[in-house]
Design a protein around this ligand. Sequence first.
Ligand code: PGA
Length: 247
Amino acid sequence: MKYFIGNWKMFGIPKSISILKKINSFYSIDKNRNKYKVIFTPPFTLLESYSQFFKKKYLSIGSQNCYQKDQFSSNTAAISSYMIKKVGAEYTLIGHSDNRAEGDTDVILKDKIKFALKNNLKVVFCIGENKLEKRKNKTFRVLKKQLKKALERKFNKKKIIVAYEPIWSIGTGRTPKAKELNKTIKFIKKVLKNIFKQNSPAVLYGGSVDEVNVKKFKEIDEIDGFLIGGASKSSKKFIDIIKNYYR
Ligand code: PGA
C-alpha cells in the first residue's frame, strides 16, 4: 500500500473543501485506487468539518500536529490528540521540521507519539536532516538519532508511518537524487526494523514532490508514498502526481 498525504500547512478556509472533493471523486473512479491511500492534513480550524464530511468517503483526514499532553490541560492554544480524535480525525503528523524549528525536542515528540497512539490516532512521524548536516555527511547519524529518541519498541508500529523530509528540500524545488534517496530510505527501514524488532513501518518521502519529479521516484520501490506540501493545494497537481506515479 502506498500513501499520498497532502499537508496544507497554513492554508485553507471552509470552501477549500472543493479541492478535496475533486480528489475524492478522482479516487472513486481510479482503476489504481486499491494500490494507495489518500490522507489530507488541513489546519485545525477545518479538522472537524472535513473529518465529518469525509467520514464515509475515501479520503482520510488528519491534523498537522498535536500537543504533548493528554486530554485537557491549561496550555493556551494547545490541542491534544484526545481532542483531535473526538472531532473525527484519524491521523496526525508529528515532528514536522516546522514544529521542530519551533522547539519540539525528541522528548516532546515521544510524548506526542505516545498520546496520539493512546487516543487511537495513526501517526505520520517526520524526520530529516538540514543542509549543513547533509553537507557534513551527518545525514544517517541525524536520522538514526531522530528515530531512536522518539520511537519505542512497545509502540504499535502498525499505526506509525515515517516520512523522510530533508529540510533542504522542503519548499525549495530541490529533491535528492534517486540513488541517494533509495539508500537513505533503506537505511531508515533498517533502523526501524532494529527498533521494532520486526518489519519496518511504511517510509514516505517528502520535500518538493510535484507532478513532474514524481516520475523519478517511481523506480525507487523502497518508497511507500509521499508527503506533499505545496502541490497538495491544487486538486489538479495532486491528482497528476498520482496519475504520473502509476503511469
Ligand atoms: P513541500 O512540503 O512539498 O511544499 O516541499 C512538504 C512538507 O513540508 O510536508
